[in-house]
Design a protein around this ligand. Structure first.
Ligand SMILES: [Fe+2]
Ligand SMILES: [Fe+2]
Length: 252
């Protein structure tokens, strides 16, 4: 099902409670009453179509962006992506860490195997933090500068130099698949961790890993399928408008 602007905001949560964390990233608190999606978005100064794009793509991976209404800014996309990173770092990753530590502390058999799980998650966490840092320090500032140059039709020498060596295509090529390792982690619990009596803790860890995987899948889709194509178009315009020549890698 596709969510629309006239639906009641409360119904979105009833249909998919995982949207709770998505909605709070927009700065929208609970207590919707019977107000519609559009009414609530207007109240909190959120672009309704951007909001619908996010909640629909989160709930349905085959959802296709409504091109008629996808004129929201890179600025709002980046703001949402940054909030999502913050949700991973401040909330869900520490929660999983705590659950695996609980599992470790409460198991009296197979302790070595659970320790392996803890180490594996530690490695994953570091990989995720590196991925996020690269985007926050390099990619997001770059795309915001591209949007600014596109909007103002003014470009700094620094951005010209950057565009000669870097483009959003490079980002797409280097954008690592941080979901893959989560599958290994889940399988470690589902398939390989020998059975013990601590199934309650295991199930909790698994449920959180599924939630994180689902969220990261969606996050990457927004980066690759919503943000990158818009930047690609803006770059094309800037390259021709300011006659910028892309540096060949052989020139470096
Ligand atoms: Fe990201
Ligand atoms: Fe990413």
């Amino acid at each position: 099902m596709t969510f629309t602007k006239d639906m009641k905001m409360a119904d979105l949560i009833h249909k998919n409670y995982l949207l709770l964390s998505i909605i709070s990233r927009f700065g929208i608190p609970l207590g919707f009453g019977d107000k519609s999606v559009e009414e609530i978005c207007n109240e909190y100064n959120v672009n309704t179509y951007f909001f619908l794009d996010i909640v629909n793509s989160y709930s349905n991976e085959n959802y296709i962006t409504d091109v008629q209404h996808n004129n929201f800014s890179i600025h709002s996309i980046v703001r949402y992506l940054r909030k999502t990173h913050k949700f991973y770092i401040d909330q869900i990753v520490p929660e999983i860490n705590c659950l695996i530590t609980n599992l470790y502390q409460n198991c009296f058999q197979q302790k070595d195997n659970v320790k392996l799980l803890l180490n594996f998650f530690d490695e994953y966490k570091n990989e995720l933090l590196i991925h996020i840092k690269r985007e926050e320090d390099v990619v997001y500032p770059y795309v915001l500068n591209i949007e600014n140059a596109y909007e103002t039709k003014k470009i700094s020498k620094k951005l010209v130099a950057q565009m000669k060596n870097y483009s959003i295509n490079e980002y797409l090529n280097e954008h690592s698949n941080i979901e893959e390792k989560l599958l290994d982690l889940k399988n470690l619990i589902i398939k390989y961790l020998p059975p013990t009596s601590d199934y309650k803790y295991r199930n909790k860890v698994l449920a959180k890993l599924f939630q994180l995987e689902n969220d990261i899948n969606d996050h990457s889709r927004i980066e690759e399928k919503v943000m990158a194509p818009k930047i690609l178009e803006m770059e094309k315009f800037l390259f021709s408008h300011f006659s910028i020549d892309k540096q060949n890698s052989s020139d470096e």
